[in-house]
Design a protein around this ligand. Sequence first.
Ligand code: TXA
Ligand code: MG
Length: 346
Amino acid sequence: MQTKLFHIPIPVGHENEIQEAAALIRSGQLVGIPTETVYGLGADALNPDAVAAIYEAKGRPSDNPLIIHVPKDKSWLDRYCVNVPPLAYELADTFWPGPLTMILERNTIVPDRTTGGLDTVGIRCPDHPVTLAIIQAADRPIAAPSANTSGRPSCTSAAEVMEDVGGKIAGIVDGGACSVGVESTILDLTVTPPRLLRPGGMPLEALEAVCGEIELDEAILRQMKEGERPRAPGMKYRHYAPKAPVTVFTGAPFKTAAAIAQLAGEGSGVICFEEFQDAFPGAVVVSLGSVQDKQEQARRVFSALRSFDGTEVAAIFAQCPDPAGLGLAVGNRLKKAAGFQVVEVE
Ligand code: TXA
Ligand code: MG
């Protein structure tokens, strides 16, 4: 299949291409779409055959449900979810458009294929004007997992989407580089207190300021065991993994840099903070950005993991940020890439 590339940096002046991309969605085709978090692999969320094609193109297990993407307009929340608690409206008012996915009871017009057979649905309003314009023009919610091939790091540019699923889908909309860089935070609002299923682009502290207590799901902190079923089905898979094995080092940055420097040499890869770039002679070094700049670390973490795939490195060592703010999401992505192979440096 020839994949058509649309360059749509902003909606204004690109109305025809937006209509064209929306028409592809309406006709059941797959389109790569930009969001502020990562690129999505979009299809009509209400069309089971279109949704089935997403699983096929990604090589994704069919029990792993999809997030549906809607405009901020509250009537869409009411169309696809039932028994919506007041807190959900408050969160939508405060944080949408933005990197927050809410798990709510689904309306049965959302097909089983979309929710992986669950009676809940993940819903979010992405903060990207081009994708919001496509949703409005298509006049239906867009189901979209991250656009990477299943198991690979997520895509934060249209070029990476082309690399992973080019030739398998009808179109890719290039809306520029993703400004957040890690996927949305997933919060389950069907339980009390709300439960964090995946840390992401919306920091936990910001959500706590509105919700009060939030429980952290186990799957965030450790590897799921054989047969265990995490509440976000996707959290059980080894994710974001480059081809070489990854080990993550937690602790004070100058100490983790020293620990990695002892192990890393020719043939190793290192993901480190900018301040320590020169500390690993002989290794292939990729900077995550400065120790303090977690926004930059979030933007870079997936491309850093991807960057080793073209190289011969046999092992990758990574410095982990502390868990405050976006550090929780960046650290979680690194640890998942490492299959939770973590060295705690005292
Ligand atoms: O930022 C994002 O969320 C991106 C962009 C494209 O919006 N999307 C994304 O989708 O990361 P995906 O499919 O790669 O990850 C969605 C996660 C999976 O782990 C899935 O298991 C979980 O959300 N999920 C979806 N629906 C759920 C539900 N009803 N209950 C629990 N977990 C759910
Ligand atoms: Mg994903």
